[in-house]
Write a protein that binds this ligand. Structure first.
Ligand code: ATP
Ligand code: LTN
Length: 330
C-alpha cells in the first residue's frame, strides 16, 4: 500500500480552507493509502501563541481530525512533539538546506514583504522541519493545499541532494494538490487566501463556527457586478471561490452548478452555498461534540505516537549512520 503523509498547524481554529484543501482529502485517502496525519504543533510556535489558547486549539484540532472522519484504526494520528525524531532530523535537514533555498520560499518572503518585524528564526527554518516531518516516514504522496506545494518541492530537492551525497536514504515524495479547492479564498477579500491568521474573522469560516454565523459570512461574501454565476477567477474571484466551496463539498461539478443558476441572482446562489456549508459544519460539529464527550483524544494520540515513533526512530538511525554521526550499534 502506498503511503501518504500530511499535517496541519493549529495556530488557531481549523478553517473551511484547511478542511477543503487538506483534511477532507486525508479522510478520502485513508481507505486506499497508509495515511499518516499529524498535528504540526512545533510549526505553530514559529509565531507566538498564547499557551492556554494553544492547548485548547490543539485539543480541538485532534477532535476535528476525528470529527471530519479520520479513523484512528486506519490512519496514524499524532502530535509532532510526541515524536522527538522530527526535531532531530529537522536539525540535520537544516544543515543540508542552503540559505538561498530558504530565501526563495514565498510564504516567508510574503511576511518579510509585509514589513513584519520580529520574525523568528524558527519561521525562517520552518521548511527544514517540514522536510524532516515528511522524509522521516518515506511517504509516496503529500496531500496539501496550493500554498504548501513549494515546501514539498523544496523537500524533494533536499532529499535528492541528500541521496546523492550520502547514498539512497529517502524516498522522493510527490505533492498532491487537487484541482478544485486547493486555494480557498477569503470571503471578504477574494484576492487573499482564507486564513486562520487573518485579522478580521469575516472572511474566514471556522469549522466550529455556529451555523448562523457561517451562513451570515457566506451571505455577505464579496462578489462583483457581473450579475451572472460563472467560473472566472480573474473577473469574478468571489463567485468563483463560492463555486469552488460548493463543488468541493457537494461533489457537484462546477459547470453543473453554474448551469442551474443560469439567469438567477447572487442572493439565491449564496443561499444554496450557505446551505451546503452549514450542512457539512453541522455534521462535523455533531461528531466533534460526541468525541469531546467520549474523551478519546489522549488514547488516540498515544497509540498514534507509538506507531509513528517506531518508523521515525529507524529512519533517523539510518540517516545518522549515513552521515557518520552515529557510531553505536542499535
Ligand atoms: P494559515 O491559515 O495560518 O495561513 P497555513 O495555510 O499556512 O495557515 P495550515 O493551516 O497548517 O497552514 O495548513 C494546513 C493545510 O491546509 C495545508 O495543506 C494548507 O495548504 C491547507 N490550507 C490552508 N488554508 C487553505 C485554503 N485557504 N485553501 C485551501 N487549502 C488551505
Ligand atoms: N507547513 C504545513 C504544515 C506541515 C506539513 C508538514 C504539511 C508541517 N509539516 C508535513 C505536510 C507535510 C502547513 O500547512 N502550514
Amino acid at each position: 500500500m502506498k503511503r501518504m503523509l500530511s499535517g496541519i498547524k493549529p495556530t488557531g481554529q481549523l478553517t473551511l480552507g484547511n478542511y477543503i484543501g487538506a483534511l477532507k482529502n486525508f479522510v478520502r485517502y485513508q481507505d486506499d493509502y497508509e495515511m499518516i496525519a499529524f498535528i504540526a504543533n512545533l510549526h505553530c510556535i514559529t509565531v507566538y501563541q498564547e499557551p492556554q489558547e494553544l492547548k485548547k486549539n490543539l485539543r480541538d484540532a485532534v477532535a476535528l481530525y476525528l470529527a471530519c472522519g479520520l479513523d484512528p484504526k486506519k490512519a496514524t494520528i499524532f502530535l509532532q512533539t510526541d515524536v522527538l525524531e522530527h526535531a532531530q532530523l529537522g536539525y540535520i535537514m537544516a544543515c543540508n538546506t542552503y540559505l538561498g533555498e530558504l530565501n526563495r520560499m514565498t510564504q516567508f518572503k510574503d511576511k518579510m514583504a509585509k514589513g513584519e518585524t520580529n520574525l523568528s528564526a524558527g519561521l525562517y527554518t520552518y521548511p527544514t522541519l517540514m522536510s524532516a516531518d515528511i522524509l522521516i516516514y518515506d511517504p509516496d504522496y503529500v496531500p496539501v493545499g496550493e500554498d504548501q506545494k513549494q515546501h514539498v518541492e523544496l523537500t524533494r530537492d533536499v532529499a535528492i541532494r541528500f541521496n546523492h551525497r550520502y547514498g539512497d536514504t529517502f524516498k522522493i515524495p510527490e505533492p498532491l494538490v487537487q484541482k478544485v479547492g486547493a486555494r480557498i479564498m477569503s470571503l471578504s477579500d477574494p484576492s487573499k487566501k482564507m486564513s486562520k491568521s487573518e485579522e478580521s474573522n469575516k472572511g474566514c469560516i471556522y469549522l466550529l463556527d455556529e451555523p448562523a454565523v457561517a451562513r451570515k459570512k457566506i451571505m455577505s461574501a464579496v462578489t462583483d457586478n457581473e450579475a451572472h454565476v460563472a467560473f472566472d477567477p480573474v473577473k469574478q474571484p468571489g463567485i468563483s471561490n463560492l463555486l469552488q466551496i460548493h463543488s468541493s463539498l457537494s461533489n457537484e461539478p462546477i459547470e453543473s452548478i453554474t448551469a442551474r443558476f443560469e439567469g438567477k441572482g447572487y442572493g439565491e446562489f449564496k443561499k444554496e452555498v450557505a446551505e451546503v456549508v452549514v450542512a457539512e459544519l453541522e455534521k462535523i460539529q455533531a461528531n466533534y461534540r460526541a468525541i469531546i464527550a467520549e474523551n478519546q483524544i489522549e488514547r488516540v494520540l498515544e497509540e498514534g505516537a507509538a506507531k509513528a515513533r517506531s518508523i521515525a526512530a529507524r529512519k533517523l538511525n539510518k540517516v545518522q549512520r549515513r552521515i557518520g554521526i552515529e557510531i553505536r550499534k542499535r
